[in-house]
Design a protein around this ligand. Structure first.
Ligand code: SF4
Ligand code: SF4
Length: 135
């Protein structure tokens, strides 16, 4: 399935990402890498890079609005797991739409989650990595 978040990433540059300290992997193995966090208070951590006036999470890799990925996707903290992309689960979400609008991106549509259907009138791009090798 297509994942339009991999061509966006703007929500990782607009919020302070804070969470309970027990989510870090020094306490709970396999969770958020402690080295990518900062202490926010007695009971909270935040992702490095998300605390200033121009946040960008340290775990975000790639070029914003073009090609990005979360470097700790499987171990990302709760606020990231709870942030829902519009139409990923069948309904729009204001926070996603608003985050995209701040970068001039339109709201996602249901069809943005569908793989493209190629045809003679809608040919695939020449370098589509998802296409099989020519034989
Ligand atoms: S942990 Fe991943 S999903 Fe969460 S803000 Fe950072 S890059 Fe984005
Ligand atoms: S703003 Fe929405 S579309 Fe963009 S990465 Fe975040 S959840 Fe995905």
């Amino acid at each position: 399935m297509a994942n339009p978040c991999l061509e966006c990433g703007v929500c990782c540059t607009q919020f302070r990402v804070s969470f309970y300290w027990g989510e870090a992997d020094d306490v709970t193995p396999g969770r958020v890498p402690i080295g990518l966090t900062e202490r926010l208070g007695p009971h909270r951590l935040m992702m490095k890079g998300t605390g200033g006036s121009a946040p960008r999470c340290v775990a975000l890799e790639g070029e914003l609005c073009k090609s990005v990925k979360c470097g700790i996707h499987l171990n990302r903290p709760t606020p990231c797991r709870n942030f829902e992309a519009s139409w990923a689960n069948g309904q729009p979400h204001d926070r996603c739409d608003e985050a995209r609008a701040r970068f001039g991106l339109p709201p996602l549509r249901p069809e943005d989650w569908l793989d493209p259907i190629y045809s003679p009138v809608n040919p695939p791009p020449e370098n589509d990595p998802d296409l099989p090798e020519a034989v």
